[in-house]
Write a protein that binds this ligand. Structure first.
Ligand code: MGD
Ligand code: MGD
Ligand code: MO
Length: 773
């Protein structure tokens, strides 16, 4: 792949001293609007409607949308996502005449998406090596015919997390009627450690915290999530809590600017005042990558020690025994684990001092209502599931689940990733009401477990997967093991992508390759019954309506529901009683169908979904009803701290690589080369290193190094070459760089044990000085 930055002169690396938000954020939005050829008034008109009742739900993150929105309920990165979708640039048939696919494979991620919105359906022609226009009807007919020659269990139906609840429900029906349960979702690379961990702990696959809880809480944990970049609107409730004096305790190997200082662009007084904004974290612990399991164990261990002491001295108990006895199971075994685990091991694995963990334990024990937020810093590790469960254990010790101002708060990624799982996009049959679907549509759904993301990649590599359908996303670029996946992709019989913008995955031609352009969420979607609403579920399990009003970029685009329905009609037409055309004519009918399949979660769906703040799904754990096998909330001891055989606690020459997002990207979509908040500008080809490690390795700031995979599995992987060394405050032995450029270094087998989330936050690598340096 070409180097991501070309102009050496534009590279600028210097610490960013300003708060998150503030003027830097506004300047960044205006710069992007101009680059995308958008007039400022058009931009503001789009942004004003964002995340508001009767408006459009942002396509960037999944953070909650308040009942009473701010005047501008958007953030810097939501604005970038909007501008990126509503760009004036077009990637049309003329573009594909000019460029062969082989040539485009040399382009980088930024340049590919920057060509603009896709405008008409295309099919790859191997003879000319070009994508060429094809009519919609012919594309659907050919796709249906090919699918019907294949074994359904060899076909993958991937979804990336952005498509609406309506599209998602239709998509999973298409897959299941066809006979495939292979419905991996970007969630498999993201919060699957949550979806697998929480049901066993509290009987719900999603979090229990609502936006209102932030107003009542008296302590917040913030673990492994870079809020300033990845969910900036969340800075508002956090800032409000901080202004009330609520401690915010952060665990993160990197000092992240958004977790240090914030100035609200919503607040003119704050913007005009010379100060440095609000201090965000009250306590900041630079845990070593993968060390949270140990750190949380240490905190829980000291809570227990305090309780022992109180018991001996006849003082007030620290553990909430009334809660533990009434609601939980497994407490004794959990205490045994805490007592067995020594401080020395805890300090070694976490990289933190006992005194610090004791301090946090005391703070925690002094608070009545505690929220724990977390992100990819927890889930993308070998022990990701155990760490999620350890966080629950800590909360359960003091009854911090199922009460106001407290709870567990996984901060999800894509704007509707949680919702896609809710309405049936899942490879796990037990999560889907298959009998109900059978009864409603008179077909026999597959019952075997389908392939998740890692298993889909394995199947692509070993040849057992024959076809891939993508509902959005950039699968091959987002997964580990880039080279082997890309090479094997060529052997697929069929490759279909439903997309808004061109990306590298689309360029991996297989025996028959189709690129089907669709409307985005902000586009006006007119069907037989008029302009359509869609719906999404946010990270706090609230369902919201969204109405696109922007004129479509081309009259050849179809909506996602229409594309899914036409593929279904061409493939499984008469096999089940689904009124595909009626549904496409009026999406309210799809919402009625979702309500029939999930009556408890979606009661009165059509009546309620447009109301301010959305409507909350029925999350039983919020009212202390535990839908676990034993009907209790469960303490789950992790069976040892042994973080990860690959995490560097002893191996001197192997570093633990953390793959991250910059402030100028949305996953594989690269908006630009400025990671403003980390002070890294003009390049993404960097590796952040601890200064002690740099001295040990004999490298200086700006030197170039190569990163080699150190998976020790006998598989040869090409190194990623000529990465510029950036000195950064992170623990010795850890280093960091950007996803997706470094994904080729991640072994497919290196994933969270129970959930199969690729362990992209602890990739074993060797660092070698570049030959030319
Ligand atoms: N602007 C923007 N918004 C986004 C996205 C985007 O790419 N751009 N992506 C969306 C998606 S799909 C997702 S999943 C979310 C991702 O949002 P995050 O969960 O914030 O994901 P990352 O950027 O990967 O960063 C993870 C954070 O965890 C820290 N970390 C790494 N390893 C560890 C560890 O072992 N322990 C601890 N405690 N911390 C660790 C890193 O330093 C970093 O601050 O954001 C969503 N929102
Ligand atoms: N090393 C490493 N790897 C990671 C991660 C990491 O932290 N480190 N994070 C993982 C995570 S959390 C995630 S969620 C995945 C993300 O993986 P994906 O969800 O597969 O990737 P995205 O980059 O979000 O997909 C971008 C593409 O989606 C398409 N698109 C955008 N909007 C729409 C739309 O409205 N409709 C349709 N049909 N298509 C649209 C565009 O063509 C765009 O190019 O990556 C994972 N990979
Ligand atoms: Mo994600």
């Amino acid at each position: 792949m070409k180097r991501a930055e070309l102009d050496e002169g534009s590279i600028r690396i210097e610490p960013y001293k300003h708060p998150t938000g503030g003027w830097g954020s506004l300047r960044s939005i205006i710069g992007k609007a101009e680059a995308e050829g958008m007039i400022r008034s058009t931009v503001w008109n789009q942004l004003r409607r964002q995340n508001k009742p009767e408006g459009v739900m942002c396509v960037s993150c999944s953070w909650a949308k308040p009942k009473k929105p701010h005047e501008f309920e958007f953030c810097e990165n939501g604005a970038k996502a909007t501008l990126w979708e509503q760009t004036r640039h077009r990637c049309d048939a003329g573009f594909f005449v000019e460029h062969t696919v082989t040539e485009l494979l040399e382009w980088n991620d930024y340049d590919l998406e920057r060509t603009g919105r896709l405008t008409e359906p295309m099919k790859y022609n191997p003879a000319s090596d070009h994508y060429e226009p094809i009519s919609w009807s012919q594309a659907f007919r050919e796709i249906g015919e090919t699918l019907n020659t294949l074994e359904p269990t060899s076909v993958i139906f991937y979804a990336s997390g952005r498509a609406s609840l309506e599209t998602s429900h239709m998509y999973q029906l298409l897959a299941r009627i066809y006979g495939s349960q292979n419905l991996p979702d970007s969630s498999n690379m993201c919060h699957e450690s949550t979806s697998v961990g929480l049901p066993k702990s509290i009987g719900s696959p999603v979090g229990t915290v609502q936006l209102e809880d932030f107003e009542e809480t008296d302590m917040i944990f913030f673990i492994g999530h870079n809020v300033g970049t990845n969910a900036p609107r969340m800075l508002h409730p956090l800032q409000a809590a901080r202004k009330r004096g609520v401690p915010l305790v952060t665990f993160n190997p990197l000092k992240e600017r958004g977790l240090m200082r914030f100035k609200s662009p919503q607040n003119p007084m704050e913007m005009l005042s010379p100060g440095e904004g609000t201090e965000m974290s009250s306590d900041y612990y630079q845990v070593r990558s993968g060390g949270d399991l140990a750190a949380l164990t240490g905190i829980a261990k000291h809570v227990l020690e305090m309780d022992d002491k109180a018991s001996a001295e006849g003082g007030r108990r620290v553990i909430d025994y009334a809660f533990v006895e009434e609601h939980t199971s497994g407490f004794e075994a959990f205490c045994a684990y805490l007592r067995e685990t020594g401080w020395e091991e805890i300090e070694k694995q976490s990289g933190l001092h006992r005194d610090d963990l004791v301090h946090v334990a005391k703070l925690y024990a002094s608070k009545e209502r505690v929220i724990a937020n977390y992100g990819m810093g927890i889930t993308q590790h070998r022990r990701g599931v155990a760490t999620v469960q350890m966080l629950c254990n800590l909360l359960l010790m003091r009854g911090n689940i199922g009460k106001t101002g407290a709870g567990i708060s996984p901060v999800r990624g894509h704007s509707n990733v949680q919702g896609q799982r809710t309405v049936g996009i899942s490879e796990k049959p037990e999560l889907v009401p298959l009998d109900k679907l059978k009864e409603l549509y008179e077909f026999e759904p597959p019952r075997e477990k389908g392939r998740d993301t890692v298993e889909s990649c394995e199947g692509i590599i070993d040849g057992s997967v024959k076809a891939f359908i993508g509902l959005g996303g950039n699968f091959s670029r987002a997964v580990p093991e880039t080279e082997r996946v890309e090479t094997a992709w060529r052997e697929l019989d069929l490759h279909v992508q439903i997309a808004t913008k061109l990306n590298r995955n689309h360029l991996l031609a297989s025996k028959a390759t189709y690129l089907l352009p669709c409307l985005g969420r902000m586009d006006r979607d007119t069907q037989e019954s008029g302009d359509q609403w869609v719906s999404i579920e946010d990270s706090t399990a609230n369902i919201h309506g969204s109405f696109g009003s922007h004129p479509p970029v081309s009259d050849m685009l179809l909506s996602e529901p229409k594309i899914v329905a036409e593929i279904a009609k061409a493939t499984v037409g008469g096999k089940a009683k689904v009124p595909w055309d009626e549904w496409v004519g009026d999406y309210a009918k799809v919402r009625d169908a979702i309500e029939r399949a999930y009556p408890r979660d979606f009661a009165q769906f059509n009546e309620r979904f447009r109301k301010a703040g959305g409507f909350h799904r029925d999350i039983a754990a919020c009212r202390r009803e535990w839908r676990t096998e034993n009907g209790k909330a469960n303490f789950i001891a992790p069976g040892g701290l042994d973080a990860d055989p690959n995490v560097n606690t002893d191996r001197k020459n192997v570093f633990t690589l953390i793959t991250l997002r910059s402030n100028d990207q949305f996953n594989t979509t690269v908006y630009g080369y400025n990671d403003r908040l980390r002070g890294i500008n003009g390049t993404r080809m960097i590796v952040m290193m601890n200064t002690g490690d740099m001295a040990r390795m004999g490298v200086s700031a700006g030197d170039e190094v190569d990163l080699h995979a150190a998976a020790d599995d006998g598989i040869e992987r090409k190194p990623v070459e000529r990465l510029r060394v950036v000195p950064y405050a992170l623990p010795a032995g850890d280093c960091a760089g950007y996803f997706p450029e470094l994904n080729s270094l991640i072994a497919l087998s290196h994933h969270a044990l129970e959930s199969h989330v690729p362990a992209g936050k602890s990739v074993p690598v060797k660092i070698v000085k570049s030959a030319s340096a």
